[in-house]
Write a protein that binds this ligand. Sequence first.
Ligand code: UD1
Ligand code: UDP
Length: 354
Amino acid sequence: MKILSIIGARPQFIKCTSLSRAIRKEYKEILVHTGQHYDPEMSDIFFKELDIPEPDYNLGVGSSSHGEQTGKMLIEIEKILLKEKPDLILVYGDTNSTLAGALAASKLHIKVAHVEAGLRSFDRTMPEEINRVLTDRISDLLFCPTETAVLNLKKEGITTGVYNVGDVMLDALEYNIKIAEEKSMVLDDLGLSPKEYLVATVHRASNTDSFKNLSSIVNSFCDVDIPIVFPVHPRTEKYLKQYGLWDKLCEKVKVIPPLGYLEMLKLMVHSRKILTDSGGVQKEAYMLGVPCITMRENTEWVETVEDGWNALVGADYEKIVDSIRNFEGATERGSIFGTGNACIDICEIINGYF
Ligand code: UD1
Ligand code: UDP
């Protein structure tokens, strides 16, 4: 049996690490990198430090508008599927690479498995929401990370092939956290002491593509007294420079290039709080027990808010500043993302399916 996995953006490299290892114990895996992310610190670093096998194909699609980027992927993925004839394709998350893979395969009657199925923000202005809804609709196996995701699918009438396996990012985190603690010197390199700094990430289109939102975020970061470390996504760097906000930010905040996963884990686990609009970082904050301030109006990871570990503040200056000063998170955490066995469970379900 042959499984073809499609990845292309930073979170997908992290999501595929543990599952790819598990899959290769039993099946032949063909790895396709769409090239959606291509800077060394957005792509190569993850393959090197996480021992992800070299992709069998790199489509090199690069950056462009949604239609052009997704269209290029579709054309190239179809050619590979016709050549490789896999039994199943695996797609991860909610990026344009996810949708392109699922669409190309389903038209060729190749079974599609979606890892991180059922997530909904109920905000169709997010490109990711469109990608999620469409991918789930054409998937045969839907691997949900939470019970909420299962219920979301049920409300859309999708009940066949749906499994709550927990979150593959918990498997990845548990495998890598000890390695990160041992290997990463990021705190020393940046001159930081544990629990005396915050970590920030921003890349969501609703924040980067709006001067009002991005300037409000920058102003709030500059007006608090605790050090903030900000590994900047290339999309955000581009807009910060375009809006004339870059120099102001760099004067007050520790602005650094995007980090590898091990460095990022170490930085997050020792931080006092995390500020983000990332889906993956919200989950990791919860898994690591670090209070999270989410600069979005909504989230797919509602359990983290319900449990008191995640504050949704949008891009509102007052709310960001107030939560940096006062939001402390809860005292207890549940096991909303499963037990860290998602990858083994996914392999067993695939086994039973064929
Ligand atoms: C994409 C995903 C988003 C995911 C994020 C993870 C879609 C629609 N969006 O957003 O869901 O959360 O990845 O990080 O699929 N760029 C570079 N170098 C790179 C990659 C990007 O400079 O290696 C710059 C380019 O200017 C590009 C911009 O970032 O136009 C946006 O990249 P793109 O992949 O289109 O979207 P992301 O914002 O990264
Ligand atoms: N991440 C990383 N380096 C960084 C920022 C994030 O390794 O500089 C990791 C983070 O720990 C998480 C994943 O990238 O595992 C999240 O990806 P991202 O925020 O780009 O996308 P999203 O999860 O929002 O789709």
